[in-house]
Design a protein around this ligand. Structure first.
Ligand SMILES: [Zn+2]
Length: 593
């Protein structure tokens, strides 16, 4: 049969009127890497049907999908690829992060699927060179796979169908380069499917440029439509599910639920999980986007095969790691499970407006019926004559609830003692920073029964649990301090207890308190800007270590941060008194010192 003859015959073939997903239901078989056998079924992941329908629309040039991992995304693209090769054959390219991965995908998934898909298999050219490592030749079409780090291959001949997989791993500029490949076709389609990485990166931008269709569900009780947000995931933290060593995830799992704003509770059980799939639909958050750009988003709360308890466990462990200064697990959770770009939420603290949200309905010095204990923390300064900055904060017995009672600046030791007395804080609950003028601060503490405290650059302090033998990392510890060391008074006094706290880890936790992520940390409604200026005097910035992992550290943005130090010392006191619990990750002792 001549080429002209094939072309003539093809033009007589009536166009298939089935929707793309109906076509795939009847023609695409799952490849051997899939846990399932037989034909692909769109009813397993019906949320991909709408995006598949937009794929066959010639008015659409760009489709971008920003979603969680393990949610049928690559299989969806394979189905669309088969439809394109069978129904509208044209030069086609599939780009993935590396050439090795591209070849592997070709061998294990694309070629087996082509051979098992009759309408595509019958167009395979009968020649030994028809199928190679990176290319498949079909009658009227070709399919090439490319790694994103091969610039020359990204720039070669024009294509109509372009599939872009895991764009987050492409090198800088690769996406822009490859997108130009479709310019020769008025009816080209460029399809980006990826989990996102950082805020405003290529995947995120492509999503934002589209009409932003987000999967919503209809609550069976109130009837309203809601996105499947993480904010609705709830679990119970009580004595059963959490102790000072951490979470009991089996017990916690029994309490994991999805709670609508109206109070309706959905459980992690098949019937409830199918509700989100069967009652759901996409709602466009950017309906004014250009008609040719469509974008879709869903997260791991949606696919019924992803257990909610696993997501909650992953989230809590990741959050625990942030207290030790490692934000990588939390970033992974947000990217891979929520399918959202990472943006450091603890970073923007220069904004006082956010702190004003923590203002309670009380004034400084007001009585509080829930009060269990109060602490005073002071920071000694020499500039402009010896003086102290101080903060007094009261705590309820439970729920990590606290109130700001008093703060300010006083002249000397005598005045500081008076402030403690006026505020009814017993000496045992008074703390003072010993980082400056250490010798006299130690003496002051010994004389008056106060506690010295000092910030440390250590990421955390390792503790061995005597019962279990397991190591854990805490944000604070204590050690013995010799009073009068280096002076003739050395040895005359009993050693006192010096408390140490991990600077960055504790500040991360404090930032979470200030943003209302933990408990109910509040400030009085009549605080002045001096207080807000000082407690927000540092900013969290991202740094990348030599292994390429992101870390965060706190840097000053304003000079005076004394009341921030006071609040941090009070946080140590509340942790030491178990008024707030730190969730820390336990590690096996094996292999660790
Ligand atoms: Zn509801």
């Amino acid at each position: 049969m001549s080429v002209v003859e094939i072309a003539a015959r093809r033009s007589w073939k009536p166009p298939d009127t089935r929707l793309t997903w109906e076509w795939a239901d009847q023609n695409v078989k799952l490849d051997p890497t899939s846990p399932y056998q037989g034909y692909w079924k769109s009813e397993i992941s019906p949320w991909v049907r709408e995006l598949m329908e937009t794929f066959s629309d010639n008015e659409v040039s760009d489709i971008s999908v920003m979603c969680s991992a393990q949610s049928a995304k690559t299989q969806t693209m394979i189905c669309l690829l088969m439809w394109a090769l069978a129904e509208e054959p044209a030069p086609t390219m599939w780009v993935t992060s590396t050439a090795e991965e591209a070849a592997f995908l070709m061998k294990t998934r694309l070629i087996p699927t082509i051979k098992a898909c009759a309408p595509v298999a019958e167009t395979l050219i009968e020649d030994r060179s028809a199928v190679s490592k990176m290319e498949v030749h079909l009658k009227g079409a070709s399919l090439g796979v490319v790694g994103s780090s091969s610039p020359s291959r990204l720039q070669s001949k024009p294509v109509r169908w372009l599939f872009l997989d895991e764009v987050r791993n492409y090198p800088e500029g690769a996406l822009e380069m490859v997108l130009k490949r479709t310019r020769a076709y008025w009816n080209a389609r460029r399809c980006i499917v990826s989990t996102p990485d950082n805020h405003n990166d290529a995947t995120h931008r492509a999503y934002l440029q589209g009409d932003q269709r987000v999967w919503h569900f209809k609550c069976r009780s109130c009837g309203d439509w809601f996105p499947m947000s993480w904010e609705y995931m709830k679990w119970t933290e009580d004595e059963e599910t959490k102790n000072e060593r951490g979470y009991n995830f089996d017990k916690l799992a029994e309490t994991v639920r999805f709670e609508c704003k109206c109070g309706e509770v959905y459980k992690d059980e098949p019937a409830d999980r199918r509700h989100f799939v069967n009652s759901g639909k996409y709602i466009s958050l950017n309906p004014n986007a250009p008609k040719n750009r469509k974008s879709f988003h869903w997260n791991a709360l949606l696919p019924p095969w992803v257990k909610w308890r696993d997501l909650v466990e992953e989230f809590l462990i990741a959050k625990g790691a942030t207290y030790n200064g490692d934000t990588s697990p939390l970033k992974d959770f947000i990217n891979e499970s929520l399918g959202e770009p990472w943006e450091d939420r603890l970073g923007d603290f220069e904004d006082f407006g956010q702190l004003q949200k923590r203002a309670g309905d009380y004034a400084l010095g007001d009585d509080w019926k829930d009060e269990e204990v109060r602490f005073l923390a002071a920071d000694k300064q020499a500039k402009g004559g010896i003086h102290y900055w101080y903060v007094v904060r009261a705590f309820a017995k439970e729920g990590a609830k606290s109130r700001l009672v008093d703060y300010g600046q006083v002249g000397g030791d005598k005045e500081l003692l008076e402030v403690a007395e006026l505020n009814n804080v017993i000496p045992d609950n008074c703390i003072i920073d010993s980082g400056f003028d250490t010798t006299s601060v130690y003496k002051f503490c010994q004389r008056h029964g106060w506690k010295p405290m000092k910030g440390s650059g250590t990421q955390g302090f390792k503790h061995r649990n005597k019962k279990t033998g397991r190591m854990s990392t805490q944000l604070w510890t204590w050690t013995k301090a010799e009073v009068g060391i280096g002076t003739k008074e050395h040895g005359l006094h009993k050693a006192i207890r010096l408390f140490l706290w991990s600077n960055d880890g504790l500040k991360d936790m404090f930032a979470e308190l200030m943003q209302g992520f933990i408990g109910d940390w509040t400030i009085a409604k009549d605080v002045t800007s001096e207080y807000t200026r000082q407690v927000t005097a540092e900013k969290r910035v991202q740094t990348i270590d030599i292994k390429g992992r992101s870390k965060y550290e706190w840097l000053p943005v304003r000079k005076d941060n004394h009341m921030l130090d006071c609040e941090l010392m009070i946080l140590v006191a509340s942790l030491a008194n178990k008024l707030i619990t730190q969730t820390y990750t336990e590690m096996e002792t094996e292999g660790l010192e």
